[in-house]
Each structure stands twice: as structure tokens, then as C-alpha cells.
Write a protein that binds this ligand. Structure first.
Ligand SMILES: [Ca+2]
Ligand SMILES: [Ca+2]
Ligand SMILES: [Ca+2]
Length: 166
């Protein structure tokens, strides 16, 4: 039987033009501008994706700027054989239709990159899926691949191993 480890396709970090050695991400996470990203190559609902990321001490990716959106798009293009699309991001308007917030912080979105004729789902589509950099509101029960994000760890601190003591 497959273990969770087996169903996660891990992508390797290729330097995106930033100094290497300064990133402080766990193994198998990709560093970009202060965050670590985990490309989970399995598909599930938006809630399932969010729960999985939280189990990894992270959240569904919050795409807050054009730079971040472009990074994800370029990275996935480069590894299109290893990570499937489209994928969930942390945005939802399930609390108040038409008011999009990042679920992890309830912060309103300030950057959007809607595809043509999107958003179009009203109360039927309350989660956002991204394909080729373009955003689409979608039923949260649909199944998509997903990306987790967390902030980089402090460089001066060990990332693991505190349990070794004692
Ligand atoms: Ca982010
Ligand atoms: Ca909606
Ligand atoms: Ca839609």
C-alpha cells in the first residue's frame, strides 16, 4: 500500500536566480523570496488540500503578488511532467460571496489574475484554482492538485532535532 510519502511527488529546487545557501526550507520544499513551497502531486478537494498543508505546518499557497504568481507559473512550466495542474490556492469567498480572502489569515486579496470571463460561479464557486497562471473560481468540492506554502525558517536556528536533547 502506498504511504503518504509515496503519493507526494517532490520537485527539486533549481536555483531561480537567488543566492543559494541562504534559503532555509525543509528538504523537498522550494525556496522563493522568503517562502517555502511544496508541490503536492495528488488531487483532492480544496478543504482536503488545506488540511494536508496544515498537517505539514503550512497553508495552501497564498499568491499575493504578480511576482509570486509568475514564479509558480514558470516553475510548473519547467516541471510540467512532474506536477499536474490546475491547482488550488488558499483564496475563498465562502464567507461572503464576492469578497475573496486568504483562508489562513482572512486577509482580503489585493492581487488577482482572473482568466477570461472569471470569476463566474457566484455562490456555486467559492474556491480558486489556477491554471497556466490564470485564476478561476471553482466548486470547492472539485478535486485539484495543490501547493503548500510557509515562511522560511530563521537561518540561525536549527530546523529540526530539538527532540534529540533529553
Ligand atoms: Ca505567498
Ligand atoms: Ca463565490
Ligand atoms: Ca469559474
Amino acid at each position: 500500500m502506498s504511504t503518504p510519502k509515496n503519493w507526494i511527488m517532490v520537485l527539486f529546487l533549481f536555483n531561480e536566480g537567488f543566492p543559494s545557501g541562504l534559503a532555509s526550507c525543509p528538504d523537498d520544499w522550494i525556496h522563493f523570496q522568503g517562502s517555502c513551497y511544496y508541490f503536492v502531486n495528488n488531487f483532492t478537494t480544496w478543504h482536503g488540500s488545506s488540511s494536508y498543508c496544515q498537517s505539514q505546518n503550512s497553508e495552501l499557497v497564498a499568491v499575493e503578488t504578480e511576482v509570486e504568481n509568475d514564479f509558480l507559473h514558470r516553475f510548473i512550466q519547467r516541471f510540467r511532467c512532474s506536477f499536474n495542474v490546475p491547482f488550488w490556492i488558499d483564496a475563498t469567498d465562502m464567507i461572503s460571496d464576492g469578497v475573496w480572502v486568504w483562508a489562513s489569515s482572512l486577509t482580503p486579496l489585493t492581487y488577482f489574475n482572473w482568466g477570461k470571463n472569471e470569476p463566474n460561479g457566484d455562490i456555486n464557486e467559492d474556491c480558486i484554482s489556477v491554471d497556466s497562471g490564470m485564476w478561476n473560481d471553482l466548486r470547492c468540492d472539485d478535486r485539484r492538485y495543490f501547493v503548500c506554502e510557509k515562511k522560511t525558517l530563521p537561518i540561525s536556528c536549527p530546523s529540526e532535532g530539538s527532540s534529540i536533547i533529553g
